[in-house]
Structures are given as structure tokens and as C-alpha cells.
Design a protein around this ligand. Sequence first.
Ligand SMILES: Nc1nc2c(ncn2[C@@H]2O[C@H](COP(=O)(O)OP(=O)(O)OP(=O)(O)O)[C@@H](O)[C@H]2O)c(=O)[nH]1
Ligand SMILES: [Mg+2]
Length: 475
Amino acid sequence: MQGVARFQVDDTIAAVSSAVAPAVRAIIRLSGPNAWGVLRALLPDDAPEKPQHRAVYDTELRHVASLPAIPVMVVVFLGPRSYTGQDLVELHLPGSPPIVQAVLATLLSHGARLAGPGEFTLRAFLAGKIDLTRAEALLAVLHARHPDSLQEALGQFAGNLASPLVRVKERLLDLLAELEASLDFPEEDLTFALREALVEQCRQACEELRHILKRIEERGLLREGFRVVLTGRPNAGKSSLFNALLRTDAALVSPVAGTTRDYLTATVSLNGTLIELVDTAGIETVGPDQPSSSDAPETQTITAQAQAFRLEQVRRAPLVCYCIPANEPVNQEDITSIRSLDPQRTLLVWTKCDLLPDPDQLLAHGDDYLDGLPRIVTSAVTRRGLAELEHYLAERARSHADADPLAVSLGRCQHHVRSAVEALEQAEALLIHQESTEFIALEVRAALEELGAVLGEIYTDDLLDRIFSRFCIGK
Ligand SMILES: Nc1nc2c(ncn2[C@@H]2O[C@H](COP(=O)(O)OP(=O)(O)OP(=O)(O)O)[C@@H](O)[C@H]2O)c(=O)[nH]1
Ligand SMILES: [Mg+2]
């Protein structure tokens, strides 16, 4: 194993493990050989010298800045039976940010070091408590934004991915043992029967790995596509753009403002990336003093529902395309709506640019009321700008997927499992062609190394850095 030296585990780390915000309770964790010793300096004199595993103390902290005694609950987990494999102490205290900060600072002044991102989980990994697929799944659990992605992450944490890999690994170890035993008698060729048996074992291992690969791929497909919501005032050309991107007439288009009452979603593959497009009703303010209040009450209800849906979609979407008809001036309503959007998740799309003699003028960034947002000029009629828009959406979708911890984890696994399959196919071919046992063993060892890499038995500092730096401090 490489990399252990760089990741120190013999000191005691501390960090706030709950969200740093006013709350009823906050949690500070300490892990390391002196976790209890560091904390004990703040406890009353009758605190035990050596606590028991799973001991819970209702006590108080003293000598924290100039604060009066702070009531706390302390939970002790002794190594190796703790999450990190070391002595681990949890401090539950009032969730007032100044108190939490003062306690943490005092612990640091008594010899603890502030934990780096994901360092508790890193220690769990280094202590062999969890494999890398589980560490990554934990990250995905912490970052899950939807019940579905949470479910998926929990599945991986429970070992959906690691368990079958471990099974295959054990089979391959048996296979390697047989090969290596015969290496001791180089003058004797493998018997026909043994060769046959080894080929069969190779095939089975390969089959199982292919099955795992297929599952990873299916899960990749099931993942929600990147959601792009089209919004803007009525008649801006949203439905026309939706149809143009889908190359269908799925959405109704008409010169009557307010054509789209409901909403439409469709999935489109742009440059190989799945995008979920959502066409919404044009922005309308709903209320008793609005023009639409002359509508029948049923219509008003539909309008209100369509607007509520639009707002919900806009709030949740990783990208919002705000559509502005090129042949009409940007109005105050547009500006108010654009300002209410998150600039990181907003693209301005001019539509109907075929109606303008010089559409390029729209690209000038001088109009500071549009806050220098990225912009693309399009026409659903001439298809101008659509390729550029597709490219932009595909790029955004890709970087969005990169930020999804489980997708990153599955991508990493997919790479290694594929390489393991290739090595095993090679081993099988060598067996069939009666090549030297040494070469066959080499391929089986290569496959084992790939599986070891997925599970984290073989790793580099860089890989661990990349995985654990994505966690926040305290996890
Ligand atoms: N010349 C031209 N007309 C367009 C273009 N895109 C849309 N239109 C016209 O603009 C009008 C409104 O288009 P829609 O796509 O229905 O607009 P919308 O934003 O979906 O409207 P609502 O659903 O009512 O909010 C229709 O008459 C379209 O034919 C375009 O690129 N060029
Ligand atoms: Mg429409």
C-alpha cells in the first residue's frame, strides 16, 4: 500500500460535525489517540481517567474562553470499535455558533488539530472500516438532493457494489493460487483437465464482472437527466424553442399569449448527454388585481397552478434558460424576473432573431441590467444558434454530472472493472492457447489489482486526495 505516510493518523483531530448554523444542538467530534485526554482538560475534575466504550456523560465544559460552564453530553467510542477505528469522542452542545467556535478553539489549544475535509472518513478508510466505494457512497449520501439519489447512495453504502466485487476477488485469488502452485513445477505443463477448469473459472469471473458493469451502466442511464427549464414572458417563443431542440412538434405553438397553460417535459440526447427539457407557462403574475382576473375562476386556478409549477421548476433546475424575444425590447418585468434567478444557473436566450436585421447587436455585454449573464441568440425558424445552444447545454450537463459524487464513483469503478474484464479475457485466451502459466498468472494478477483499486486496497495519495477533499470538514 502506498500513501499511508502522507495521511497522518497518529494525532488527534477535531471538527464541528453538524451544520455551522444556529440550532438546538451542535456536534463536535474528536478522533485520535488522545481524543479523551484533550477533552478531559475541559471536564470537571471527577471525569474518569479512562472512559468505557459507548459511555455517555451528561456533564459540563469549563475553562472555555470567559464563558460560564457549558452543559454538554459526551459520547465515547473506543478504538478499534469506533467509526474511525480510533478513540472517538462526540460532544453534543448547545448549537450557538459562538459557543461552538469557542469550544473548538479551546480543544485545538489543548493539542487537537483541526480536521481536514473528510478526514474522519479517511481515517475510517485507512483503518479498514470502510472500502472506497462505501466512502464515496457516504459522500453521495451527504450530498443527495433527491430521495432517488439518496436511495442509490445508501444502496452503495450498504455494499451493493463492494460485495459482488469482493466475491469475484476471492474466486480470482483461488485461481491465482492454483496457477502459482503449478509455477513451482515449471517442467510440467498444466494438465488438460486443469486448463479446462481454469478457463471455466476465468469465464465465470468475467461473466460476473460484466454483470456488475451492466448494472453500473443501467444505473447511469436511470440517473435523472440534466434538467433545463425554459422560462420567460408569454409568447417569448419558449415552446417553439422546445420543439426545435427536440426536433418534434410536441408543444403547442401559437401567436396567442398564454398558449402553454400546463408544462411539458421531454428528454433529448445532445452530443451523447441526456438533457431533460421543461417547457413552462409564460410568466404571469396571478392575483385579484391582475388582468387575468377577468378570466373564469377555473381558468384562474389553472393559471395559478401553472405558475406555481413554473416557480418550482425554476427553483430546482440546475439550469434556467430565460427566453427573450429578439424583436421586442427587454422590459422591466424581464429584468425583475432575471434578477430573481441565480446567475450561476441562468442562460439568456434570445429567440426569433430572424425578425431582426442585425441580431449580433444582442450579444453586446454593455447592458449591465442583464448582469453580464451568458447569452445565446437563436431562431426556431432558421435554426440559427441552436447548435451553439445544444453545445452549451451538453457542456453544462457534463460538468453537472462531474459534481455528482455517485456518478464520479461509478465512473471510477466502471473504468477499473472494465480493465479487469480485459485482463481476464486475455488470461482466458492465453489458457486456451496453452501459453506459459507465468503469463496467465500475470493477467490474473492485473485483474486483481484493478479490483483492489475499486475497493481501495491499492490507492495513491492523489486518488485519496481527490475523493476525500470533496467532503466537508467534520465528515
Ligand atoms: N419568426 C419567428 N417566430 C417565432 C419564433 N419562435 C416562435 N415564434 C412565434 O412566436 C409565437 C409564440 O411562440 P410560442 O413558441 O408559442 O411562445 P411561448 O413562449 O411558448 O408562448 P406561451 O406558451 O404562450 O407562453 C408563435 O406565433 C410562434 O410562431 C422564431 O424563431 N421566429
Ligand atoms: Mg408555450
